[in-house]
Design a protein around this ligand. Structure first.
Ligand SMILES: Nc1ncnc2c1ncn2[C@@H]1O[C@H](COP(=O)(O)OP(=O)(O)OP(=O)(O)O)[C@@H](O)[C@H]1O
Ligand SMILES: O=C(O)c1ccc[n+]([C@@H]2O[C@H](COP(=O)([O-])O)[C@@H](O)[C@H]2O)c1
Length: 193
């Protein structure tokens, strides 16, 4: 039985906050692999335009390529309709029936979990790991006992929103996102106003 981390996110774009969180959880929980899963249609972000799924997927591949323990799954971008983590975890469990899944979320996402679709299924399918994020309180009291572990990760005050805003304003995103992602954003003309 392998121990598989699942790092779900819109990754619009992926940044070093995501990568540090995944790396820290991989090490602390002795995970064999962390699978990054870009969302297909993030229904709770429908109030704004999200970059094309293929662009977000490719940026995630570029950002994770150098880490032998990181991989990327298309499971959410290849499924039609809004992305629900209950479906993500069901599909990954079907694909890796022998393995134990650990779903990684930042403090902000953890706070929102009760609003997710079919929330009751989630904790049967994976153990949840909530990680600290600057500006948010990490709290698992609203979740079933034993369903979630809370851990501190190095503080990275970075968000995808801030990265998009910086590109739009003509400001650099070097060192906030991996070098290859800076170049991909520029090559594809993403996030220009
Ligand atoms: N700086 C960070 N530190 C720790 N966790 C983070 C950080 N940024 C994002 N995460 C977590 O990574 C997951 C995916 O986040 P997401 O792709 O929505 O990035 P984001 O920066 O929150 O994006 P946006 O600003 O567009 O809302 C979520 O669980 C989120 O809490
Ligand atoms: O299952 C849901 O209803 C649900 C609602 C909002 C977010 N999520 C998941 O939470 C992860 C982070 O999402 P986001 O929108 O903050 O990028 C990602 O894997 C999403 O699929 C899941």
């Amino acid at each position: 039985m392998r121990r598989l981390g699942v790092m779900g996110g819109t990754f619009d774009p992926i940044h070093h906050g995501h990568l540090v969180a995944a790396s820290e959880v991989q090490s602390k929980f002795d995970l064999d692999e962390v699978i990054f899963v870009p969302t297909g249609q993030p229904w709770q972000k429908s109030q704004r335009e999200v970059a094309a799924a293929e662009d977000r997927y490719l940026m995630t591949v570029i950002a994770t390529a150098s880490n032998p323990r990181f991989s990327v799954s298309r499971v959410d971008i290849d499924r039609d309709g809004p992305t629900y983590t209950a479906d993500t975890l069901r599909d990954l469990a079907d694909r890796y029936p022998e393995d134990k899944l650990f779903f990684i979320t930042g403090a902000d996402a953890l706070e929102q979990i009760v609003s997710w679709k079919r929330v009751d299924e989630l904790f049967d399918r994976a153990h949840f790991i909530g990680v600290t994020r600057p500006g948010y309180q990490l709290d698992g009291h609203h979740l079933p006992e034993g369903a979630v572990s809370l851990i501190e990760v190095p503080a990275m005050a970075i968000s995808s929103t801030a990265c998009r805003d910086r590109v739009c304003a003509g400001e650099p995103v070097w060192y906030l996102v991996p070098d290859g992602v800076v170049q991909y954003i520029s090559k594809r003309g993403l996030y220009r106003c």
